[in-house]
Design a protein. Sequence first.
Length: 105
Amino acid sequence: MSILHDLAATIEARKGADPETSWTAKLLAKGPEKCAEKFGEEAVEAIIEAVRGDQAKLTAEAADVLYHFLVMLAARDVPLDAVLDELARRQGISGVAEKAARGRD
Ligand SMILES: N=c1c2ncn([C@@H]3O[C@H](COP(=O)(O)OP(=O)(O)OP(=O)(O)O)[C@@H](O)[C@H]3O)c2ncn1[C@@H]1O[C@H](COP(=O)(O)O)[C@@H](O)[C@H]1O
């Protein structure tokens, strides 16, 4: 299992855990909208570091993004493997060709 799978399993196990002792449980207890909002905040923080060009800070923010991404998925019961399957389905399909097939520029 990858670290992402391990983390997704930990997050899943936190559903119903004590919000006093688990940040994940605390976040999940606030509902999927809050989880999505938190993901957005972390994404913006990563964007800021990407624009600044600080690699160490971008690395840390990217880890926050991935964690909060997995929490957001868990809050809506979307398995990580469903996302990975979608990526696998797209493998070998050029993004340029895919966009052209949708008729957009
Ligand atoms: N990867 C993470 C992880 N990344 C970030 N965070 C937490 O996410 C929180 C959000 O960061 P912020 O800077 O926004 O924190 P904040 O300023 O206190 O948040 P606000 O209340 O101000 O919105 C922090 O409290 C971080 O500790 C994480 N919390 C947990 N994990 C993983 O999840 C596992 C389970 O954690 P618990 O659910 O806490 O047991 C851990 O073992 C880790 O592997």
